[in-house]
Design a protein around this ligand. Structure first.
Ligand SMILES: NC(=O)c1ccc[n+]([C@@H]2O[C@H](COP(=O)([O-])OP(=O)(O)OC[C@H]3O[C@@H](n4cnc5c(N)ncnc54)[C@H](OP(=O)(O)O)[C@@H]3O)[C@@H](O)[C@H]2O)c1
Length: 280
């Protein structure tokens, strides 16, 4: 992976951190995106000291803010001549209904709109690479997802899991629509389920019973963060996926997503709705 520029959002913790570390170990230039300077700097230092690769840097951005994402894209464009791999990974769960500064429900804003906006803003830079891979970290939760466009902007009885499942189905729909739009270019885009992974995702900003639920279920049924990063690392680095596009992966293998994810009308509707709600 030497000389490859890899940008990974949410690279300071959990699956993103492990992915960034292993890609750094392979010799890539790794650019972590995170929202908290202290946490991000400490993650970068840890990766450098564990891998010996000094080419690990960071950008600060809040992925629930379109303004911040735009500033991030500008910084990346100034600093990098090309992006070889973009890994959209930052995400979370949101127990309460809350609007982002752009008037979007926080879960869909962070987990879907950020993937959409950053990818589109960096597309020209990605096209400059002859490697050109976009990887969207989705989830097996998408199998239970439904898209309710009204819930993107108003509270229709917010529930933590329903909002998360919807946002992760949006990741798969977005991946498939983007793959279609990128036909005839050098860019590939795929998405993945990392597995149920023992990270802190379910205990950040959640109520005590959600924390308890996540801690119990992830400790009993969850896999290690090292294993949870394997499919992201595979999609970023393996020759076996060269030229493969528009697929959903689980355990480093192509898997059939929920049938709804293949609905071409829904893919296009989501694209159009998202585009309309991007603040200029
Ligand atoms: N863990 C699982 O079982 C599981 C299963 C399926 C899919 N996934 C997906 O895997 C991805 C990574 O999740 P994880 O389990 O590794 O969670 P995690 O340990 O909580 O890590 C999430 C990362 O995203 C960052 N992030 C969240 N919101 C952000 C924002 N507004 N701006 C900037 N950065 C933000 C976090 O930053 P902070 O450190 O500042 O919070 C952190 O670096 C997510 O897309 C998630 O949906 C996870």
């Amino acid at each position: 992976m030497k000389d490859k520029n890899i940008v990974i959002t949410g690279g300071n913790a959990g699956i993103g951190f492990e992915t960034a570390k292993e890609l750094a170990r392979m010799g890539a230039n790794v650019y972590i995106v995170g929202r908290d300077k202290t946490k991000v700097e400490s993650a970068v230092q840890q990766i450098i000291s564990e891998t010996g690769n000094k080419s690990v840097k960071y950008f600060i951005a809040n992925m629930s803010s379109q303004k911040s994402i735009r500033q991030l894209a500008e910084q990346i464009k100034k600093e990098l001549p090309k992006v070889d791999v973009l890994i959209n990974n930052a995400g979370g769960v949101f127990p309460k209904f809350q609007l982002s500064e752009d008037g979007l429900e926080m879960c869909i804003a962070t987990n879907h709109f950020a993937y959409f906006l950053l990818t589109n803003l960096l597309l020209d830079l990605i096209k400059k690479s002859d490697y050109a891979r976009i990887i969207n970290v989705a989830s097996g939760s998408h199998y239970r997802g439904k898209i309710d466009f009204e819930s993107f902007t108003r509270d229709k009885g917010h529930f933590i899991l329903t909002a998360y499942e919807q946002s992760k189905l949006a990741n798969v729909l977005f991946t498939f629509e983007l793959a279609e739009r990128l036909k005839g270019t050098n860019v590939t885009v795929n998405c993945l389920h990392p597995g149920m992974v023992k990270t802190d995702i379910g205990i950040k900003d959640t109520q005590w019973y959600s924390k308890l639920f996540w801690t119990l279920i992830s400790q009993i049924a969850g896999i290690s963060v090292k294993d949870g990063a394997k499919t992201s690392i595979y999609l970023a680095s393996s020759d076996k996926v060269k030229g493969v596009r528009g697929k959903y992966f689980d355990k480093c293998a192509i898997k059939e997503p929920v049938p709804l994810a293949n609905d071409k009308n829904l893919q296009k509707q989501l694209w159009d709705f998202t585009e309309k709600h991007i603040v200029n």
